[in-house]
Each structure stands twice: as C-alpha cells, then as structure tokens.
Design a binder for this molecule. Structure first.
Ligand code: UDP
Length: 328
C-alpha cells in the first residue's frame, strides 16, 4: 500500500505510521505540527519508505497532490484535546470541517481507499451501558461551543459516508474511545498523560469535577492494527466502528492508580470544571464502548490492561530524552 496519513506526527498517527512501515508499506505523513511533533517520528527518519510533509489539510492543492500519488488515505488530522476545543472553537471547526472535506474529496477524486478517525465524542452525553454504533447522539445546548468538536466530527462522518455512497469511495469510520499510550501529550487535555506527568513531577493530580465520571481507556497498540484490518475488510466499509477498551474506571480511581504505579507522593486536588475549562463546560458522565461489531468484523479484542498501559506510559516518560515542564 502507498498511504497518506494525515496527522501522521500526532499520537495515534505516528503509531499508525510505525505499524504501516513495519508491514512493508510506503507512507507519506502530512502534518502541520500544530499539536503533533517530529519527535514522534524520530524512529522513521531516514527510512526510504517514509516521508513527512509539513503542511495543512486546509491546503486542498497539497492534499490533492499527495493523495493523487497514493492508493490509501488514513485521515487522522484534527484539532483535538478539550483545551484546544474550548480555547479556539473556530480553529477546531475549520480544521475538522473544511480540512476533512478536502481530504475526503481528494480520496474520492483519486479512487483511494479512505479511513477517517472519528471519536466517542460523537455520542455526546449518551451514557448508555455499552454504546453501540447506532446509539443516539445527545448534545448539550447548540449555543455552547464546547460541543463544536463533537458536532464537527459527527458531520465529518456524514461527509465521508455520503461521499462513499455517491462515488463508491471505499470508506471506514473508526470511533476511537479514549485511546492512550506512549507519545500522547497532556498539553491539550488527555487525562492519562497529564496525571502521569503530574505524578512524576510530584505535583498535585488535578481531578476535574467530582472524579466520579467514568471512562474506558484503550491502548493505541490494540486499536491501530484493528483500524488497518477494518479497511482491509469490505464488510466494514461504509460503517462506523467503535474501537477501544472495555475496562471501566472512574477518574478518581485512575488518579489513585497513577499514584500507586509511579510511587508518587502527589496529592489529589479536585478542580471545578469552571476553573479547568471555563464557564459552561459539560462533561460526559460515562463513556463505554460496545465493541461487538469490531470483534465480529476483525476479531478485535482489547488485549492490554489499564495498569499495563499506564506502566508503559510511565516508562516512556521516564526515558524521554528531554525533561519537560509539568502541565499546569
Ligand atoms: N480530566 C481530569 N483532570 C485532567 C484532565 C482531564 O479530571 O487534568 C477528566 C476530564 O474532565 C474527563 C476525563 O478526565 O472527565 C477524561 O478527559 P480527557 O480530556 O482525557 O478525555 P474526554 O473523555 O473528556 O474526551
């Protein structure tokens, strides 16, 4: 395969590039390096099968040019992270809407297979016990820009789906649920790397709200191969498929586990949502995937347990080259 990976210097994108290269494919990563980093791709530098192009998915000419020379597009570029979204909802909307249109249109025009990384955010406040892919979206007030990411990604799914129906574009929508692992930064939100960095720096662990909210964290090493398998599975085309872990924890439990696994002396500090994200923020109480469809289509099962995932992140942070300032 000759693949374009948009957002290839990001957390999931860089692991996808590693996976594709390890399986003998050629990869062009397109990234504007706004939240991704070249350091995530250091291991691929000099590899003749790999190229990093610094540029934006908003540049339709560049996107079309790169896609015209490839047969597969993995579209992972997006403005991500709760802080990114609440700080600059306009940028988030532009990137996630217009950028995705450019990438989908290029894939359709050049007959490339297409995978778009979507998110459990599209379910909004639906806190069902195991969200199936056809579960309803439950969003808060349309006047709250907090919902801009969920709304844009939901629309992105439709853009991809409708193009697929009209042009025959082979297309898969993967909905990632709180995927974590080495290289993820806590700078833009993302609770696990934040807690790990805070614990390693001996700083207070900032639990937002009551800490009773629940999440299922999934390993990047489990979901990346599954995403590629989905694109190779014709029955998965024109579908949205949940990918993630099913081990559920409260954020308070997560904080306790990170403290235990790092041996940190950090205290737990409870921070109001307003102080964390500004007025009017609404959190998801619970978010748990039903992964029956991914299992049926590809045999997907999350293999890594949360403690092992956290331990691998701790290990990665401890061995990371440069010491970094702890997140605020
Ligand atoms: N969170 C927290 N402390 C932090 C960052 C996040 O308590 O420093 C909470 C956040 O409010 C949410 C959960 O952790 O309830 C997961 O946050 P994240 O941004 O990782 O993903 P989300 O599920 O919100 O997309």
């Amino acid at each position: 395969m000759k693949a374009v990976v948009t957002g290839g210097a990001g957390f999931i994108g860089s692991h996808l590039c590693d996976h594709l290269i390890a399986h003998g494919h050629q990869v062009v990563a397109l990234d504007d390096l706004s939240t991704g980093s070249e350091a995530n791709l250091a291991q691929l530098r000099g590899n003749p099968a790999f190229t990093l192009v610094r540029g934006s998915i908003l540049d339709a000419g560049l996107v079309g040019d790169l896609v015209s020379r490839c047969d597969t597009v993995f579209h992972l570029a997006a403005a991500v992270g709760v802080h990114t979204i609440v700080d600059d909802p306009l940028r988030s909307l532009r990137t996630n809407l217009h950028g995705t249109e450019n990438v989908v249109e290029a894939a359709a025009a050049h007959g490339a297979r297409f995978l778009i990384a979507s998110t459990s955010e599209v379910y909004g406040k639906n806190d069902a016990d195991g969200l199936t892919e056809d579960a309803d979206r439950v969003y808060g007030s349309p006047l709250k820009s907090r919902w801009s990411y969920a709304a844009a990604k939901g629309l992105d799914e439709l853009v991809a789906y409708v193009h697929s129906v009209h042009t025959g574009l082979p297309c898969v929508i993967t909905r990632f649920f709180n995927i974590v692992g080495p290289r993820q930064t806590g700078r833009y939100g993302m609770v696990v790397p934040r807690f790990v960095d805070q614990a390693l720096a001996g700083e207070p662990i900032t639990v937002y709200g009551s800490g009773d909210q629940r999440r299922c964290f999934g390993s990047v090493f489990d979901v990346v191969p599954a995403a590629v398998r989905l694109l190779d599975t014709p029955e998965a085309h024109r579908r949205a498929v949940n990918l993630g872990g099913t081990e559920e924890v409260t954020i308070r439990e997560l904080a306790d586990r990170v403290v235990a696994l790092t041996g940190s002396s950090s205290e737990i500090r409870y921070v109001s949502y307003e102080d964390a994200y500004g007025a009017g923020y609404e959190d998801m109480r619970r978010r748990m995937p039903d992964i029956t469809l991914a299992h049926r289509l590809t045999g997907f099962r999350p293999r890594r347990r949360l403690d092992d995932i956290i331990a691998s992140i701790v290990q990665h942070r401890r061995t990371a080259a440069a010491p970094r300032a702890a997140v605020a």
